[in-house]
Design a protein. Sequence first.
Length: 153
Amino acid sequence: TVSYDSKAIIINGRRRILLSGSIHYPRSTPEMWPDLIAKAKEGGLDVIQTYVFWNGHEPSPGKYYFEDRYDLVRFVKLVQQAGLYVNLRIGPYVCAEWNFGGFPVWLKYVPGIAFRTDNGPFKAAMQKFTAKIVNMMKAEKLFQTQGGPIIMA
């Protein structure tokens, strides 16, 4: 189980100070992932954090892509195989010097949308994508409560 108190994050009843680093899976090829993850572990990291790049995964409304360098499930499972945790940063905005902050371009054509605000059309699109990712991770049993490596999302 994962929880926290005023001093630390608690994993399986033990207070931990976790060291994390980022690997943005779409910026490398799947063939590179095992080595990148191994080097992160060798460097003393406990957690790999990664953004989920909405514009890469939903290039057009309702059309999803999770193959090749966008194979998020494969990436998370490789992190798990290495014995590390995952901080899955679903977004929707990503601060990663990524085109349009990771928002899909089609989003700007949604009638009445106002980005990064308490805006109905924005929240509806964001909720749909977030639910897609969360449900995918649940289906693959990748959250810590299911025995997976994702301790934060």
